[in-house]
Each structure stands twice: as structure tokens, then as C-alpha cells.
Design a protein around this ligand. Structure first.
Ligand SMILES: [Zn+2]
Length: 166
């Protein structure tokens, strides 16, 4: 597994406060093995490469991270919902989105049952990885420094989702 340094400068302002998705920034291939759990939606690697863009595949199937500020969904403020780009499952409602200043779409809370978590010990850190409960695609990470009431901050790669306005 090769580690490729980020070569895309963030197009958004740097984080205002301590919200950071990853100390090493983005554009890295993290290289965590996907677990062997059977999900309701499964595809071979070749099928995933057909279904997803190269960037989506790198993030969703190889635990990559998009450059902060790179996805237009970061600025999506309309009422609606965010769906998994891998299987179409509804993941987050716009009512739970907030501006974290990180450059990644951030949410208080997922749709109940839509995401699962795993411990991510890559890069010398212990983080809580978030993936789709239906297809197992990597979405991002969750931190406990979010705003009330849940104090959770789901830091999600925008390219892993599709937005549908109400
Ligand atoms: Zn999915």
C-alpha cells in the first residue's frame, strides 16, 4: 500500500477551531483492510470499480480521505437527505448537518441504523471509523467533540454521499 501525500491545497478556509478529521490531513490512502462481514449489498472489487468513480473507490473501498473543502456537499444547506453513493441508503438528514469548519460535511447524528462503526488504529491514532451498514463502504469518522445535544461529530467524505433535496 502506498501512501501518497496530499497534493491538492484545501480550497476552504482552515479549520476555525480544533475540529480536525485527521492530523495528517487528507489525500492519503490509509490502507485499512475492509472487514470480512457480509453486508446486505456486496460487490466484487471489479464491480465496485465500475460503480464508483476512481475517487469514490479510493475513499469508500480503500479507506481514503478526500481533500478538505473539495466537495460541494460541504456547502449544501438545503433541506433534504444524504444517501450512500455505494448503495443508495439514506445516511443523514440535513437537519443534523452543521458547519464544523473542517472542510468535510459534518453531522450530529445519522439516520438510526444507517451507519456502523469500527476502531481505526491507522496512522498512529485511535479513531472511530464510520461505514454504511448496508454496503460496508467507508464514509468517514466520528468524534465526540461536536455541538450539543449529541456532542457527536460525524466527519464524512462528501464524495461518499449523494444529496437529494426535499
Ligand atoms: Zn452503502
Amino acid at each position: 500500500m502506498t501512501v501518497r501525500p496530499a497534493n491538492v491545497a484545501p480550497s476552504c478556509a482552515p479549520p476555525r477551531i480544533h475540529y480536525v478529521c485527521s492530523k495528517v490531513g487528507s489525500g492519503l490512502i490509509v490502507g485499512i483492510a475492509m472487514d470480512s462481514k457480509q453486508y446486505p449489498v456486496t460487490h466484487t472489487e471489479a464491480e465496485w470499480r465500475q460503480l464508483l468513480s476512481p475517487e469514490q473507490f479510493r475513499i469508500m473501498r480503500a479507506h481514503g480521505t478526500e481533500p478538505p473543502g473539495s466537495c460541494a456537499l460541504n456547502h449544501e444547506k438545503r433541506a433534504g437527505a444524504f444517501f450512500c453513493a455505494g448503495c443508495g441508503q439514506k445516511l443523514f438528514a440535513s437537519a443534523h448537518k452543521f458547519d464544523s469548519g473542517t472542510g468535510w460535511p459534518s453531522f450530529n447524528d445519522p439516520v438510526p441504523g444507517a451507519v456502523e462503526t469500527a476502531t481505526d488504529r491507522s496512522l498512529g491514532m485511535v479513531r472511530t471509523e464510520v461505514h454504511c451498514s448496508r454496503c460496508g463502504s467507508h464514509l468517514g469518522h466520528v468524534f465526540d467533540d461536536g455541538p450539543p445535544p449529541t456532542h457527536r461529530r460525524y466527519c464524512i467524505n462528501g464524495v461518499a454521499m449523494n444529496f437529494q433535496p426535499e
